[in-house]
Design a protein around this ligand. Structure first.
Ligand SMILES: Nc1ncnc2c1ncn2[C@@H]1O[C@H](COP(=O)(O)OP(=O)(O)O)[C@@H](O)[C@H]1O
Ligand SMILES: [Mg+2]
Length: 404
């Protein structure tokens, strides 16, 4: 049974669905379906509005074909695509949107601002070129599905992802109009400790949520933290996780931008599998940069930067920052990834967690000795062995990541 108008018996209509026309999402039909609605009910309704739907095929928004027996599993609010027998047109979901402008172009693809033709809702659409064999690409999609399941106030909401032709994938996500944290820092030069703390806590919260789910961001940097609006201090992390198997379309741009944030164990070729400790390192770099206005390890060339990240000791310029924040930076920028704190340690660090106030509590949580370049008046904290540089030669073994 199917009815187009609402019947006042509430049990009759259990689900509302929308069916777009394959290839032209400006045309659609809203239906209310009942428990016993059948495939042919849907077909008849469609045929009445858009003739010649005798050979109807239905697809999900991801282009997966669905069949007669699936009707009873339709969920309230779901959208589908109907064709007159044709294959799914992967551009269908996009015809719902009109492009407004380009938002950014990174090494892995292009991000555009778009508006939904019917609801007017603005979204950001990222088109990614994938690399690898069919299995890698399959993995990519599964990862995208995981990202879609992330729900956190400091993580961009991904609404949908689609396969396109030529091993491309499109990700539709919420539009964050406040610009990059990198840009706000550029305008100010550096942040006061209080302001830095406000932003840093949000990053901690987002990354704690991910690490709990064994998701590593892999490309945390100030360009990948966006404000919700220009006058808001609410930050969200973007550009998640799939970096490991994405295909760089623009090597130079990606590498230089991310290089400053990459952990020594990756750059030094000590590990080949990324783990959560790379995010902790990147967060240490972000915190350092917010306070000092520059990155701690720099260089004139990619090779210089890599050498310095791997080998050079952390030096802190003269400053009046609190003992806590200096302690936190020093811990996070520990070269030995096995000795680096985990995200829960960061969450409970007294600089991040102001609930921890008693001197005893603070003392027990500040575990790394302050170095000579930290103010002398600070109490010395319990010593911990310092790691040796993991790769004194500075040899880089990541040909896939960098073209040197
Ligand atoms: N959801 C979004 N809202 C607004 N701008 C975005 C959004 N996603 C990305 N951008 C802009 O596009 C740039 C590149 O996007 P990103 O996902 O980081 O791609 P890449 O992997 O190429 O770095 C970002 O730095 C940001 O300026
Ligand atoms: Mg990015």
């Amino acid at each position: 049974m199917m009815y187009e108008e609402y019947d006042d018996s509430p049990l009759q209509f259990i689900k509302s669905i929308r069916i777009y026309l394959n290839g032209d999402s400006s045309k659609y039909l809203d239906l209310k379906i009942a428990q016993n609605s059948s495939w042919s009910d849907i077909q008849t309704q469609l045929d009445q509005k858009f003739p010649k739907f005798k050979e109807m095929r239905l697809f999900t928004q991801q282009g997966v074909e669905i069949f007669k027996d699936d009707v009873k599993f339709f969920k309230d609010g779901q959208s589908f695509y109907a064709s007159r027998g044709d294959e799914f047109d992967p551009h269908s979901p996009f015809s719902q949107y009109e492009t407004i402008k380009k938002l950014g172009e990174g090494g892995f693809g292009c991000v555009t601002l778009a508006r939904h033709r019917i609801t007017g809702e603005q979204v950001a659409i990222k088109v990614i070129k994938m690399m690898g064999n069919a299995q890698d690409i399959e993995l990519n999609f599964r990862e995208a599905e995981v990202l879609r399941s992330l729900t956190h106030k400091n993580i961009v909401k991904v609404f949908n992802s689609y396969a396109l032709q030529n091993t491309q994938m499109a990700v539709i996500m919420e539009y964050l109009e406040g610009g990059e944290l990198a840009e706000r820092l550029r305008q100010k030069g550096r942040f006061q400790e209080e302001e830095a703390c406000k932003y840093f806590r949000q990053v901690v919260s987002a990354i704690a949520y991910c690490h709990q789910k064994n998701i590593v961001h892999r490309d945390l940097k100030m360009e990948n933290l966006l404000f919700c609006s220009p006058d808001s201090d609410d930050l969200k992390a973007i550009d998640f996780g799939i970096a490991g198997i994405q295909c760089p379309t623009n090597n130079d741009h990606v590498n230089i931008g991310s290089l400053h944030y990459m952990a020594p164990e990756i750059l030094g070729g000590k590990v080949t599998r990324v783990s959560t400790s790379v995010d902790i390192w990147a967060m240490g770099i972000i915190l350092y940069k917010m306070l000092f206005g520059k990155v701690p390890f720099n260089g004139k060339s990619q090779q210089d930067i890599i050498f310095n990240v791997v080998n050079k000791d952390l030096l802190l310029p003269p400053n009046n920052f609190s003992e806590e924040v200096i302690n936190l930076i020093t811990q996070m920028l520990e070269k030995n990834h096995e000795q680096r704190p985990r995200i829960t340690d960061v969450e409970y660090h007294p600089w991040v967690n102001t609930e921890i106030r008693t001197p005893q509590q603070k003392q027990s949580l500040l575990q790394i000795p302050s170095e000579g370049n930290i103010r002398k008046s600070r109490p010395s904290l319990s010593p911990r062995p310092r790691s040796k540089s993991p790769n004194p030669s500075g040899i880089v073994k990541h040909p896939n990541i960098f073209k040197l």
